[in-house]
Design a protein around this ligand. Sequence first.
Ligand code: XMP
Length: 327
Amino acid sequence: MIDIRRPDDMVRITTPELADAFIEEQIALIREQVGDKKVLLALSGGVDSSVVAALLIKAIGDQLVSVHVNHGLLRKGEPEQVIEVFRNQLKANLIYVDAVDRFLDLLAGVDDPEQKRHIIGEEFINVFAEEARKLDGIEFLAQGTIWPDILESEAGIKAHHNAGGLPEDLQFDLVEPVRILYKDEVRVVGEQLGLPDNMVYRQPFPGPGLGVRCPGAITRDRLEAVRESDAILREEFAKHGLEGKVWQYFTVVPDFKSTGITDGKRTFDWPCIIRAINTTDVVEVTVEHLDPALMDHLAMRITTEVEGINRVLYDFTPKPPATVEYE
Ligand code: XMP
């Protein structure tokens, strides 16, 4: 792979016209690079991999093989949306891998945050490599690398996980069609490629997914409480005009229980913590102060609708001293 760099004088892609020009240019470049060979892509459903998938489908159709691994730590509705958008609407050659039991069985009883992250990352590569080995004639690997990834890896801030850490026998040439773009440009291009707004403008979501929002050893019931409370929070933020305005918001269900009361009966259940924050650089974040009526409504909905939750708490802590995620 040639070290393609963003030209210093490149105009920031802010309009549909500029996005169209970029798309046309990339389609020609992808066709030139790939020819009639096959390309493999790990499609998480995040902005970058989704835009790469949509671009490649436009350029080379079913020469692109996308693999979506459901590791059980995705948000409610995400795997379904990937299947709907890519397989049903864009007619992608999509392999959907239900690896939920594999991941959750491996994670059972593991409470160390670093070990949890390590298991999730390693198993992801195992599953993806297994799928890759089943395929014939793959010569390229597509990646959603973006320009800040290149800059950060050059500055030694973040290791750019080149080729996703795939084993020796699975080394492919890379196709990185959005590598010279900033995140905001990727979104404009994604919109122009016809991807849904909630995919293109979605909030940041960590690689280990809901796993880091289920602190301590992950259990299926507590993970479900995280997923359901997160879905309610997202629904209410959208209804109240906060979607796209607040930078990141999510729920965490810690591993302890407290006493409560429902229908006159004692309960012993988990609390659900809401975190909603704003930032420009992610180095420092401030807390979004919610309307008290919305807080009341969220507490009512989450405690009545989510199994196993009897309290709702709000995290008032900026970063520093707290990080955004809990693990
Ligand atoms: P922290 O917790 O470090 O989070 O203050 C800063 C931002 O990074 C996101 N985050 C991750 N993103 N893989 C990712 O792709 C990860 O392992 C990861 N951990 C944290 C976090 O959601 C926040 O936006």
